[in-house]
Design a protein around this ligand. Structure first.
Ligand code: PGA
Length: 255
């Protein structure tokens, strides 16, 4: 049985002071029973990680901490970058790799996503590997080719046991921040296809254990229908994760 995982990707929003309040407010709205059903993760910007971690540790909150990006080297002359070892030391458990905004705006390729994924794993954290087609690729019937290339490229060379512990987020680019959610059937088709690609490359056990999130304009009003789909094990939530009330309503999707 795969445990659901719902993660809030704050993107470039929230100062470290706002982050403290956001994590605290979120925790007031969630019960122990919610955390039993769902792994709840917040992914603040790098400058807010330390404050979020302090709140989580001081208040003993069962909220996972995630980072939005990292470099693949442990340390070195890489001005402006943050290393996976630095994140691990901050009790970060999840790191996004290859979010579509990083691919589109910052030139990330399947190769760098693969190097980051390996580095995240080597530092005992869980990569959330993001994949998804653009609108044009979908219109041209290339969705499956794109997903196959991104999954096999991003996970290239990994052992089956490592793949089993990963999270992959299926985020159709046309659905991110646009208010246009994929239909639950489209979301499930993408997630199911990703699981098939993993099955072909890494075997049945890895495919069954790997958790796959849907992302793209997830909100309280559409999360239940998305989570009802067999191959969808959670959500990567952008805009709707910035308000703790709204994010809590997404986490408690069954209520
Ligand atoms: P959105 O973002 O929920 O605002 O569409 C999702 C994401 O980019 O992870």
């Amino acid at each position: 049985m795969r445990k659901n995982i719902i993660a809030g990707n704050w993107k470039m929003h929230a100062t470290h002071l706002e982050a403290i309040q956001m994590v605290q407010k979120l925790s007031y709205r969630l019960d122990p029973a919610d955390y039993e059903r769902v792994d709840v993760v917040v992914i603040p910007p790098a400058t807010a990680l330390r404050s979020a971690q302090t709140v989580i540790e001081t208040d003993h909150l069962p909220i996972g901490l995630g980072a939005q990006n990292c470099h693949w080297e442990e340390s070195g002359a890489f001005t402006g970058e943050v290393s996976p070892a630095m994140l691990a030391k901050l009790s970060v458990s999840y790191v996004l790799a290859g979010h579509s905004e990083r691919r589109q705006l910052f030139g990330e390729s399947d190769e760098t996503v693969n190097m980051k994924t390996r580095a995240i794993l080597a530092n005992q954290m869980t990569p959330i590997v993001c994949v998804g087609e653009t609108e044009q690729q979908r219109d041209e019937g290339e969705t499956e080719d794109v997903l196959r290339t991104q999954v096999t490229g991003g996970l290239a060379g990994l052992e089956a046991e490592a793949v089993a512990g990963l999270v992959v987020a299926y985020e159709p680019v046309w659905a991110i921040g646009t208010g246009r959610t994929a239909t639950p059937d489209d979301a499930a088709a993408g997630c199911g296809f990703i699981r098939d690609v993993v099955r072909e490359g890494w075997g049945e056990d890895a495919a069954e254990a790997l958790r796959i999130q849907y992302g793209g304009s997830v909100k309280p009003g559409n999360i239940a229908a998305i989570m009802a789909k067999h191959d969808i094990d959670g959500a990567l939530v952008g805009g709707a994760s910035l308000d703790p009330d709204t994010f809590a309503a997404v986490v408690r999707y069954w209520v």
